[in-house]
Design a protein around this ligand. Structure first.
Ligand code: GRF
Length: 212
């Protein structure tokens, strides 16, 4: 049976929620969140982790003097062991930094049931489609191929499925005639950069508690 979501505590300006942001690539979403946190908020990014040592996004953390770590997959042949060991390294860093909310921001790994269970309600993800439509790694391509007139982005709590957890917020955008994967991605990223910080504000205020 799936464990219920346990949301993070309601934060205060004196004691902001301690966030870890997990990335794999460019980190434009991370950059937007760090800019949002330039003024005192109910949340603060205390740790940035990437599974990709070359992720450009790591630079944003370094520039802001945030604890920033590349944790690549360990080099062991057994894929299952490799995944479990990798997550245990990530988990250890999260505990060491007393993290209260994990923000997946372009993190390209699927988390195991065991990891999700430990953090359930305290992991959120942003996905570039109107879930439950077009989950997975090719959301823009799939939306364009399906010929939809509307796409958008979704912030959701993470469960053991792929992009299946409880939806917190969504924003729609129009898919214009002649839209390409690249133009749709650019358009959706712009709204993601507004939506994700806003949802993290609301989560820190306890706005979703009454709805659980
Ligand atoms: C975003 O579009 C997000 O929805 C998806 O991955 C992309 C990350 O982009 N999960 P960036 O690395 O933040 O630029």
């Amino acid at each position: 049976m799936e464990r219920p979501y346990t949301l993070p505590r309601i934060a205060s300006l004196d004691k902001p929620l301690r966030l870890a942001v997990l990335i794999s690539g460019g980190g434009s979403g991370l950059e937007a969140l760090l800019n949002h946190q330039e003024i005192p908020r109910l949340h603060a990014t205390k740790l940035i982790i990437s599974d990709n040592s070359n992720a450009k996004g790591l630079d944003y953390g370094v520039k802001k003097n945030i604890n920033t770590k590349a944790i690549p997959l360990p080099e062991i042949p057994d894929k299952i062991e490799q995944r479990i060991l990798h997550e245990s390294l990530v988990h250890a860093e999260l505990i060491k930094s007393e993290i209260e909310l994990i923000v997946l921001s372009g993190y390209m790994r699927i988390l195991t049931h065991s990891f999700v269970t430990k953090w359930k309600g305290r992991i959120i993800n942003i996905h570039p489609s109107l879930l439950p439509n077009f989950p997975g790694a090719n959301a823009h391509r799939d939306a364009i191929n399906a010929g939809v007139k509307l796409s958008g982005c979704t912030v959701h709590l993470v469960d053991s499925g792929v992009d299946t957890g409880r939806i917190l917020e969504q924003i729609e955008v129009e898919v214009s005639p002649g839209e390409t994967i690249q133009t749709l991605q650019n358009k959706i990223k712009k709204i993601e950069h507004k939506l994700y910080p806003r949802v993290i504000d609301s989560l820190s205020e306890g706005l979703y508690h009454s709805k659980s």
